[in-house]
Write a protein that binds this ligand. Structure first.
Ligand SMILES: Nc1ncnc2c1ncn2[C@@H]1O[C@H](COP(=O)(O)OP(=O)(O)OP(=O)(O)O)[C@@H](O)[C@H]1O
Ligand SMILES: [Mg+2]
Length: 330
């Protein structure tokens, strides 16, 4: 299934939507929906890292679950390694699943507390009934790979007998065991303290080079995006409002929402620093059940124009792979 073409696109998302039906009480037969993801598109190349950023509730985790096909989309297509993921079933889906793994934020919830590290890391091989020769050796090898060395002192421990950083290394080891093509990391370093976070990020970068991995990296931490990602997609209320190479987006954010996100974090940004003005967003994120008409960001946008209240801006190419959905940049 694997090819070596450097710029090979491994993941292609198009018009992806997920509407969750709203349960508004036992007797109501509501036809209202939470529009968690409302028509997003992007693609990811081999060895590339795409960061998904945006405020809480904008649809990042839902996007991750859709990509992994843990939930079914309302509309749209997902192509992975040239296959239409949504059309696959049975053995084919299982084979494709092996190529995409996830790392979670909450290692306490994602690692079985009753299992020892040895069993946790043997499981992926057993699931795929892989003939690995000596399984014990294989497990020791991946422990070394993620810096849990010597493996002998970790093999018999339970998750609660590890530090947070060590637990996350076990999570990464498990994701890596079957040499996937894509790793989806949902806030995988958010719970770790600063120095451990830096170590885990270094580990992920090293493993990415070593195994030609692609990452879909979900985080609210823009410093992490800058250090790790090639591409960034900024989400607001279920939509991507700006997407492009990290360097380009961070040095010259076009969408007012991206500008606000960047100005609210201590990421060094010469251009915004020169303006010496922090852009603070007023108000809360509107409900994804009734998103504002026109541009979804218009209720909080400092540059709102009358047109923004009526029409919905489309993503427009701005060169160098940058796209933005804003009437200021038509
Ligand atoms: N199973 C579900 N049923 C109903 N609504 C859901 C479900 N899962 C998510 N949602 C809603 O969809 C929206 C997007 O949720 P999602 O978890 O994708 O956000 P997020 O961007 O990951 O946020 P956070 O940064 O807080 O993790 C939210 O309004 C959420 O309440
Ligand atoms: Mg989330």
């Amino acid at each position: 299934m694997k090819r070596t073409d450097e710029t090979e696109t491994i993941l292609e998302i198009s018009g992806l939507k997920k509407y969750f039906p709203l349960r508004e009480g036992f007797f109501s037969r509501s036809s209202r929906f939470v529009r968690a993801v409302d028509g997003i598109s992007f693609s990811l190349a081999r060895k590339e890292t795409m960061a998904l950023v945006g405020e809480s509730g904008c649809g990042k985790s839902t996007t991750a679950k859709l990509v992994l096909r843990l939930i079914e989309p309302t509309a749209g297509t997902i192509r992975f390694l040239g296959r239409n993921v949504l059309e696959l079933g049975g053995k084919e889906l299982l084979a494709l699943r092996r190529e995409m793994q996830i790392i979670f934020q909450d290692t306490f919830a994602s690692l079985n507390p009753r299992k020892r590290v040895r069993e946790i890391l043997s499981q992926p091989f057993r699931n795929y009934r892989m003939d690995t020769g000596n399984l014990e050796e294989k497990v020791a090898e991946i422990l070394e790979l993620v810096g849990l060395s010597p493996p002998a002192i970790f093999l018999d421990r339970h998750p609660h007998e590890l530090s947070g950083g060590q637990r996350q290394r076990v999570g990464i080891a498990r994701a890596l065991a079957l040499h996937p093509t894509l790793i989806v990391a949902d806030e995988a370093v958010s719970a770790l303290d600063v120095s451990v976070k830096a170590q885990i990020l270094d580990l992920m970068k090293r493993l990415q080079r070593q195994f030609d991995l692609s990452f879909l990296f979900i985080t609210h931490d823009l410093a992490v995006v800058r250090s790790l990602a090639d591409q960034v997609a900024v989400m607001y209320l279920g939509l991507i409002v700006e997407r492009g190479p990290v360097r380009r987006v961070f040095s010259n954010p076009l969408h007012p929402y991206t500008q606000a996100l960047l100005s609210a974090t201590p990421v060094p940004n010469p251009r915004l620093a020169r303006q010496k003005k922090r852009m603070l967003l007023k108000g809360d994120v509107p409900s994804p059940v009734d998103p504002p008409k026109g541009c979804r960001f218009h209720t909080r946008c400092p540059f709102v124009m009358s047109r923004c209240r009526e029409e919905e801006p489309e993503l427009k190419e701005k060169g160098d792979g940058l796209v933005v959905a804003c009437f200021l940049h038509e």
